[in-house]
Each structure stands twice: as C-alpha cells, then as structure tokens.
Design a protein around this ligand. Structure first.
Ligand code: CMP
Length: 138
C-alpha cells in the first residue's frame, strides 16, 4: 500500500466556503483522495480524536471549535504522504506559515487554522481508523 495520511478541512474553512479550493489544491499537489466525507463531530467525538492533547490549555477551545460545525475528513495517499501533507498545510500558526501553503492562504489563527494533518505514519493509521472503516477506503 502507498503512504497514507489523514487530513481535516476544519469548520472555519468549511464555513468560509473554502472546501472546494482546498480540495483542488490537494489534487493539484498530487494526492489521491482515498476517502472523504462531510461530518459534524459531537464534542465527545472531538475529545476522542484529540485525546493526546487532553490537559493542554487549548484543549477545551479546540474540541468546542472542532464540534461547532461540519468539517471534511480525508484519507490522502502520496509518496511520503505525512510530510507532503504537512508541507502543503504549512505551520500550525498561520502567522508562521510559508507563502503558498494552505494555512497562509486560508487560516485565521492558531486555533482556527483551516486544516489538520497527522504528525506521523503511526498517528495517520490511528486517525484514519477513527473516522473510516476499511471498506470506505477506495
Ligand atoms: P491540529 O493540527 O489540528 O492539532 C492540534 C490543534 O490544536 C492545532 O492544529 C491547533 O489548531 C490547535 N491549537 C490551538 N491552540 C494551540 C496552541 N497554542 N499550540 C498548538 N496548537 C494549538
């Protein structure tokens, strides 16, 4: 199997109407979208997804935001997918994101930063399995 990563188009970007533009950028960058769906997480689902951040000062704000409106979850395939998707997203803080990255173009703040991506291959597998069953990966 080729390399996979997990991505989210977060509620701020969906709400602002940027979903289509971000998907275009993902495809133009050479990713194959193996799975994708629009979901609206409950607070409990967002807390489960971000469990590693439980106890951090931004955990409550983060999980409330992620469960505040619909988002798009995706399994993305490309050689070196985890790094390639992080490179396309740009720095977590959009003020530090390079020109040409999604966060530079679409994000407003560190909390509402348009997109999420896995930080390792191990977490990519865990995060994909959190939202998709094997049969949903095409
Ligand atoms: P994400 O890649 O989704 O993973 C954790 C998220 O926490 C991160 O993007 C940010 O949107 C959010 N967050 C909010 N505040 C902070 C902070 N001070 N430092 C790091 N991440 C933060």
């Amino acid at each position: 199997m080729n390399d996979l990563t997990f991505g989210i188009i977060k509620p701020d970007a969906v709400r602002a109407g940027h979903t289509g533009k971000i998907i275009d950028r993902i495809i133009a960058d050479g990713f194959r979208i193996r799975a994708m769906k629009l979901i609206h997480m409950t607070l409990e689902e967002a807390e489960g997804f971000y469990a590693v951040h439980r106890g951090r000062p931004f955990f409550t704000e983060l999980t409330r935001f992620m469960s505040s409106a619909p988002c798009v979850v995706m399994a993305l395939e490309k050689e070196g997918a985890v790094k390639a998707w992080r490179d396309l997203m740009g720095a977590t803080d959009p003020a530090k994101a390079d020109e040409g990255t999604l966060r530079k173009e679409f994000a407003n703040s560190i909390g509402e930063n348009a997109v999420h991506g896995s930080d390792s291959e191990e977490n990519a597998q865990i995060e994909i399995a959190y939202f998709f069953s094997q049969i949903e990966l095409v």
